[in-house]
Design a protein around this ligand. Structure first.
Ligand code: ATP
Ligand code: MG
Length: 196
């Protein structure tokens, strides 16, 4: 579905990947695991196509739409809109009933969808930003977790169910420190943690 082959990536003298092969398989949620600075975000951004690399190749399956989620997505939300309006703007064709159902899976039920973006907590905003990505046609979601993101654990737990429900493929990253709180053994990428 998305493949990196023989990819080299360096920031100046810091060679993060000398030659990495990485494949995102269909019908699997993948998680990159490694300590801070191991190269998870770098790999994820290269897979998503938002970071150029020095050498090697990136190939995408046909008709694969890629969405990349990172913290800056939160700034793309409109403070004056309600949660429901924000989603309607992204996918007006789905209709309010369907959008409310989707928001329910992101833990916004009943009156919560009428809350203004401006008053939401960081974690709530993150959930709206994710919901927005998932209402658009998406085949591959690249989620870059931040060590400070309070939603890390619940999001990891839900990501498999959501990927089934929305027929999206998810690749996400987690710093090693967050893993123990998740409790399940993640599928790791040696290449991210081991700097191949
Ligand atoms: N834009 C950049 N310029 C220079 N060096 C960078 C840049 N981005 C990342 N690096 C370096 O590349 C290495 C890998 O960084 P990366 O952000 O991919 O790590 P990470 O595994 O995502 O870490 P974290 O768990 O802290 O998010 C680090 O040594 C980092 O300092
Ligand atoms: Mg990172």
């Amino acid at each position: 579905m998305a493949t990196l082959t023989g990819v080299r990536k360096a920031y100046g003298d810091n060679v993060v990947y000398a030659s990495v092969d990485f494949e995102v398989e269909r019908a699997r949620a993948s998680r990159l695991v490694g300590p801070n600075g191991a190269g998870k975000s770098t790999l994820l951004r290269m897979v998503a196509g938002v970071l150029p690399f020095d050498r090697g190749e990136r190939t995408l399956g046909t008709h694969v739409a890629v969405h990349y989620y990172a913290q800056h997505q939160l700034e793309a939300l409109t403070p004056s809109l309600t949660v429901l309006e924000e989603l309607e703007r992204a996918a007006p064709e789905l209709g309010q009933t369907r959008l409310r159902t989707i928001l329910g899976t992101f833990l916004f039920s009943g009156d919560a969808v009428e809350k203004k973006i401006a008053v939401l907590s960081g974690g709530e905003k993150a959930r709206v930003a994710l919901a927005k990505m998932l209402v658009r046609p998406a085949a591959l979601l690249c989620l870059d977790e931040r060590p400070t993101t309070s939603t890390t654990a619940p999001r990891a737990r839900c990501s498999r169910e959501r990927s089934r429900r929305f027929r999206a493929q998810i690749v996400s990253s987690s710093p090693t420190t967050a893993i123990s709180s998740i409790g399940s053994r993640p599928r790791s990428s040696r290449s991210a943690a081991g700097r191949s």
